[in-house]
Write a protein that binds this ligand. Structure first.
Ligand SMILES: CC(C)(COP(=O)(O)OP(=O)(O)OC[C@H]1O[C@@H](n2cnc3c(N)ncnc32)[C@H](O)[C@@H]1OP(=O)(O)O)[C@@H](O)C(=O)NCCC(=O)NCCS
Length: 169
């Protein structure tokens, strides 16, 4: 658990949060890809939530991307980053993204990936734009089943990566 302020914390999600996470994501369909409750429940161990004054006001998730062959340092994607409308602009998104980065670094991924409509926001955390072609594993996983755009190469989302330092033995 991490304290953001006196009445605001970031913690691991539990099953009881699934409904609120579903609604939060669903309320931002233009910026975040909607997720089914069953998908959220099955991946609840990959969600953080922010609770302010007893209310769930933010969420962020991650996913390990597939690699072909013997992958020792796969990429991890940060996804489903959402702050409730009335709570935006108070540093909650920043605290959550920093918390997710810290959380996934323990796995020593080669890089952290994000697909976003807000590249300027993610630049603040060190993410840099990359051509989508360099993230084919991501495109195969998520984008191939997308119902919003007919091709990842015409989709307006920007691909960005954050390099992660290799583990020192
Ligand atoms: C984007 C989002 C997660 C940011 O969370 P937040 O809690 O409002 O952000 P913060 O309070 O941490 O913002 C910190 C700074 O980033 C800026 N910022 C916020 N959203 C931004 C955006 N979309 N693009 C660029 N800068 C942004 C803020 O103006 C603020 O600037 P300041 O420090 O100079 O005052 C939130 O607005 C949100 O949930 N939006 C809808 C869903 C979405 O777009 N998710 C991202 C999908 S990848």
């Amino acid at each position: 658990m991490m304290k953001v302020s006196a009445a605001t914390i970031i913690r691991n999600a539990g099953f009881e949060d699934a409904g609120a996470i579903y609604t939060l994501i669903k309320n931002h369909p233009r910026e975040v890809i909607p997720r089914a409750v069953s998908d959220i429940v099955q991946n609840i161990d990959r969600f953080l939530v922010c609770v302010a004054q007893g209310r769930m006001v933010g969420t962020a998730a991650w996913q390990i991307l597939p690699e072909i062959g013997r992958a020792t340092h796969p990429s991890i994607e940060i996804k489903s980053v959402t702050v409730a409308s009335g709570f935006q602009g108070q540093g909650i998104g920043t605290a959550m993204i920093k918390a997710v980065i810290r959380r996934v670094k323990v796995y020593h991924p080669a890089q952290i990936v994000v697909l976003t409509f807000s590249p300027d926001y993610f630049r603040r955390f060190g993410f840099r734009e990359v051509p989508k072609e360099t993230l084919m594993h991501k495109l195969y996983m998520g984008c191939i089943n997308c119902t919003k755009y007919d091709s990842p190469f015409t989709c307006p989302e920007v691909a960005m990566t954050l390099a992660v330092k290799a583990r020192r033995q």
